[in-house]
Design a protein around this ligand. Structure first.
Ligand code: ZN
Length: 279
């Protein structure tokens, strides 16, 4: 796919809508596999210029691909607890009861997934910055674009992104956040590379107005929120016992969110890493 050109126009700097996060508890967003799928899809949409710069920045990584670094921000919990603590609020945004953005309440200090995407995008785009900083920005950006598309990472309810919505599936306890992180996606029975290939083979997504928006990251979070408001994420009638039919009914939506995240991430990276234009 190709980005429509004015993704993140320069004016963005002045109008960054800085979102924050109140209290999403231990939400992690897509499982590692979900994040990897987003990375695989994005790889397929990169321009040669973005590809080359990403290869250069990731050259020292164990798996120097977008899929390979997509879950890094969640792995910090194990590898660097201090950094995990600092970045904990960057994985989500909590809207207050309805899908409307109130920066001071929803994103205090700009510490939420919307602010984190904007900030790391700008850091990555600045070629004068040290490679270490830009590498880290790339790794955060790949992860957070995925997170913003997980509906329970930008929901309007006060239940820590579904972490506090307990469910019973096949006689076992879980919570709705976990179900959306991975359990639904596991129904496809494919590892991330094959799963991404399957999604890439589908008919192209419709034209994406958010790529022309001044505030795409906020648009993506609000989309997630509206999916919750529209009743497409939680079990109906406040039920807590769910079954495979519940998972299967939501799989297409979960996959659509991964496809959108991957395509939009590619557009964002292509824009951030476009060759400098000659005056
Ligand atoms: Zn996350």
């Amino acid at each position: 796919m190709r980005p429509n050109r004015p993704l993140f126009p320069n004016r963005l700097l002045s109008i960054l809508v800085l979102a924050g996060a109140l209290c999403a508890g231990d939400a992690l967003a897509w499982s590692a596999e979900g994040h990897r799928i987003v990375g695989h899809i994005a790889e397929a949409g990169l321009t040669p210029a973005a590809r080359a710069e990403i290869d250069r920045l990731l050259a020292g990584e164990a798996d120097p691909t977008l899929a390979g670094i997509a879950a890094w921000a969640d792995e910090l919990r194990e590898t660097d607890p201090e950094a995990a603590k600092t970045s904990a609020r960057w994985h989500y945004v909590n809207f207050q009861g309805r899908c409307e953005f109130q920066p001071a309440l929803d994103c205090p200090g700009n510490d939420c997934v919307v602010g984190a995407i904007n900030r790391h995008y700008l850091m990555l785009a600045q070629r004068g910055r040290p490679d270490d900083e830009r590498r880290e920005a790339l790794k955060f950006l790949v992860h957070f674009v995925g997170d913003a598309h997980q509906p329970l990472h930008a929901g309007p309810r006060d239940d820590a992104g579904g972490n506090r919505y307990q469910v019973s599936l096949r006689g076992k306890g879980s919570n709705l956040h976990r179900i959306w992180d991975g359990t639904i996606l596991e129904r496809r029975g494919l590892e991330s590379g094959a799963h991404a290939a399957r999604l890439l083979a589908q008919a192209p997504l419709p034209a994406d107005p958010t790529l022309r928006s001044q505030t795409p990251a906020l648009d993506w979070a609000l989309e997630s929120c509206r999916l919750v408001e529209d009743g497409r994420v939680y079990p109906s009638a406040g039920r807590h016992v769910i079954d495979d039919a519940f998972l299967d009914a939501r799989l297409p939506l979960a996959e659509q969110r991964l496809r959108q995240a991957g395509a939009r991430l590619a557009a964002m990276l292509n824009h951030a890493l476009a060759p400098p234009t000659t005056p």
